[in-house]
Structure formats: structure tokens, C-alpha cells
Design a protein around this ligand. Sequence first.
Ligand code: F6R
Length: 239
Amino acid sequence: MEVIICKDYDEASAKAYEVMKEVISAKDDATLGLATGSTPIGLYKNMIKDHKENGVSYAKCHSFNLDEYVGIDRNHEQSYYTFMHENLFNHIDIKEENINLPYGDDQAACDAYEKAMDGYKIDIQVLGIGANGHIGFNEPGTSFDSLTHIVDLQEKTISDNARFFNNDMNLVPKKAITMGIATIMKAKKVLLIATGANKADAVYGLVKGEVTESLPASILQRHPDVVVVVDEAAASKIK
Ligand code: F6R
């Protein structure tokens, strides 16, 4: 596991893009594993800038996102499908038919997503990390053997996300579909970005803690090619 400590969010986003660019420069038809949330927005901005200014192309790339809510339409303003289009896909030349997000609420949807990914093999998987060490929607206690599955969102996640749904917890989806831990571990390379002091404990567990299902991201210590890009605040407990 390579850990790169940057000054702040902007420097971490630029560094993360360097890691991404190395992969897409070596393989113009790379398969990208992508994440939502606030953390990767800076990386996506760098991808968009280099595409617009220097023509870096995603025309031959495929993408697979980590997760999606269950129970809201793809075109809902808070769906991860919408998030990805607004923050990345609408601004680069990736083809709509090459974009994949999990969708559905049953085992068949999960199996179909695994099968689709197996056909491509993810060259680089972008990850954020939750303050409790979650990756994707894999909360503490998720089996390291898990593949794409449906999760019941925790009460805390529902209340945290209410701010995006008119502060009404009833409007927040109660379930999500997510790649599992074993799915994420199949990626050839993992790029995890963490910024902000509230991620410091999770980053400690990820880099130096015991490998345990209580801190899902700790499994990445067993992955052969992981780059962790953190800012000073998120790195405060590993220095
Ligand atoms: C996003 C995802 C989540 C986030 C994590 C961090 O697709 O699966 O695991 O990466 O919750 O979220 P932010 O970046 O908003 O702090």
C-alpha cells in the first residue's frame, strides 16, 4: 500500500488524478470503477479539465460505479446516476452505453452487475472512505467475502442523508445496492482518497489497524496495488 500525504484537498485531488492518468494513458480502453460522495469531486474536476484542455479521451473507456440507492428513479436528482452525470459523465466523452451503475433491488440485479464487471475487469477503482471505515455501502460487519448485494441503510446514514431530501427522513431511501468487499478487491488497482480530520481514525484503521470486518477498508492492506491519497488532516494519526 502506497500512502501519499498531500497538503490539502486540492493537492490530493491533483495527485489522485496523476494516478488515474497513468492508468488511462497506458490503456485508452481502461475500465474505471467510480465512486460518488464529496471526496472524488476534485478528481473528477481534474479529469474534466484535462479532457477539455488537452483532449484526454474516455471514448473507449467503460465505467462501473460502486453503488446506488434502491427505490428512487435513476433520474431522481439525488440518485448516484444523476450525481455521476452532473459531476463527470456530462463533461467528458465517455459513451452513455459504456456507463454502468448497479440498479435494482433483488439478487438477480446483483448477479447481473457482477457478471457485467467480470467481462471487463476494473483497471482502477476509485474509493472514498466513511468515518467508520466503510467503503461503498459496506458498513462495519460486512463480510469480506461479499459480492454485489442489497443493504439496509443504517439509521445514522438515513438521518445524515436527510439533508439532501428536504430534511425529511421519510424521503431518504432505506436500501441501497453496492459492490461487496470481494468485488472491490477484484480491481487491478485501488485509488482511495480521504481528506478532512473526520477521516483520520478511519485512515489509521485502513493503513495501520488490524485487518478486521469491523473496519471494512482495512481489507485493502491485503490488496496488491493500492494507492491511498490523503491530506494532512486525514493523515494526522498515521504520521
Ligand atoms: C460513494 C461511497 C461511499 C463514500 C464515503 C465517503 O459511492 O460508496 O463509501 O465514498 O461515504 O463519502 P464522502 O466522500 O462524501 O466523504
